[in-house]
Ligand binder design. Structure first.
Ligand code: XUL
Ligand code: CO
Length: 439
């Protein structure tokens, strides 16, 4: 591949050395070939590098602009920088042993002065990406369009009051989908960047719901037209940048899709930090999606519960990872999805070596979470507990209710005969001990 090495401090790929290793540049738990429940860790996770954070991150936050310039982020022209950044991405993925990457169109190629120029830039970079994918074996987990950074999208993209902006957004999605298809992307993501509102004083909510559905339908139609086989994913988020984001959480998105005849075309990309912003746990959001067979993929990061915004930190919380992995295992896995680190190093972590520590930490956290989840789910005491708790539904009156054989009159009669139900403990504290014992 590239002749220039952007990560000279890491000479060879990061290896699995086991829990006893003291080497911070080694995996302690993530062993790509280790089998858990019949699948290797690599197959369970399908880890991906988030191009916008890992390659483009510069330490910027809302109180200060970029604080550092990566080795690959300097060059004579935006296209030269884009090419170097892309090469750095593949070098990083290879050295990390991360098999996938994800991008927004405007991450990998610079926006031009006109739409045509932006498309030309993207096409040129996609050509190089295709070559580098072939050389390295690194694949595209998903592509998406950035419909939120450019000022034209200030009032939204698919929900913009101006049909001109809507048209622009669709044109951009069309091109980003073409790029994703060309690169064999296994999914295409819709995160509703500025699809939401700040004040009802200037907002026609019903119109925006209608145009949002039209926007997604247009994408569905185009997908069919070009024969793109990747899975469409919607990524819920309740707020930020808008006060009220339309894709609030998994349940809201599934309801919206159903109401607008779009249900069959989409699955959910659950992001941990977005779940907690919505006042949910990560595992709750995963469960809601999985309950309908709609768990498509995961943006693996974490927020800081003491801060109220989308901090996009690398996951380090074993308890949360284990809880999430229980849902993933029970739902049968992610299919074409994967674990994309939508996470960025902190402003103070300016050394590109920090990117390695961050990803190793994230991968090890989830690998450990997988092992814990496997132990917990294999624990007979736990397994039997939940089954037994719902036993009343498998026969007798419960089974008759589920079959629709008991109307209100019949149930009243049944209650008159059977009296008060017996209260049974949910044993929460005992189960929490079981969970901790699996850690
Ligand atoms: C924003 C976010 C996005 C999406 C892709 O909070 O998570 O990066 O993952 O647009
Ligand atoms: Co995300």
């Amino acid at each position: 591949m590239t002749t220039q090495a952007f990560f000279p401090k890491v000479q060879s790929p990061i290896r699995f050395e086991g829990p006893k290793s003291k080497n911070p540049l080694a995996f302690k738990y993530y062993d790509a070939r280790k089998k858990v429940r019949g699948k290797t860790m690599a197959e369970h996770f399908r880890f991906a590098c988030a191009f916008w954070h890992t390659m483009k991150g510069n330490g910027a936050d809302m109180f200060g602009p970029g604080a550092w310039t990566r080795e690959w982020a300097a060059g004579a022209s935006p296209m030269e920088i884009a090419e170097k950044t892309l090469r750095a991405n593949f070098e990083f993925c290879v050295k990390m042993g991360i098999p996938f990457y994800c991008f927004h169109d405007r991450d990998i190629a610079p926006e031009g002065a006109t739409f045509a120029e932006s498309c030309k830039n993207l096409d040129a970079i996609v050509k190089l990406a295709k070559k580098l994918q072939k050389e390295t074996g690194i694949k595209l987990l998903w592509g998406t369009a950035n419909l939120f950074s450019n000022p034209r999208y200030t009032h939204g993209a698919g929900t913009n009051p101006d049909a001109h902006v809507f048209a622009y957004a669709v044109a951009q999605v069309k091109h980003a989908m073409d790029a994703t298809k060309t690169l064999g992307g296994e999914n295409y993501v819709f995160w509703g960047g500025r699809e939401g509102y700040e004040t009802l004083l200037n907002t026609n909510y019903s119109r925006e719901q209608e145009t949002f559905a039209r926007f997604l339908q247009t994408a569905v139609d185009y997908k069919k037209k070009i024969g793109f086989k990747g899975q469409f994913l919607i990524e819920p988020k309740p707020k930020e940048p808008s006060k009220h984001q339309y894709d609030f959480d998994s349940a809201t998105v599934l309801g919206f899709l159903r109401a607008h005849g779009l249900y069959e075309h989409f699955k959910i990309n659950v992001e941990a930090n977005h779940a907690t912003l919505a006042g949910h746990t990560f595992e709750h959001e995963l469960t809601v999606a999985a309950a309908e067979g709609k768990l498509g993929s995961i943006d693996a990061n974490t927020g800081d519960l003491m801060l109220g915004w989308d901090t996009d930190q690398f996951p380090t919380n074993l308890y949360s990872a284990a809880s999430a992995m229980m849902v993933v295992l029970e739902s049968g896995g992610l299919g074409t999805g994967g674990f994309n680190f939508d996470s960025k190093c902190r402003r103070g972590s300016m050394d590109s070596l920090d990117l390695f520590y961050a990803h190793i930490g994230g991968m090890d956290t989830f690998a450990r979470g997988l092992l814990v989840a496997d132990r917990m789910l294999s624990n007979k005491a736990y397994d039997k507990f939940v089954t037994n708790r719902y036993a009343s539904w498998t026969n007798g009156v419960g089974s008759a209710i589920l079959k629709g054989k008991m109307d209100a009159v019949a149930l009243e009669k049944w209650v008159l005969k059977n009296g008060e139900p017996k209260l049974t403990s949910g044993r929460q504290e005992m189960l929490e001990i079981l969970f901790n014992d699996s850690l």
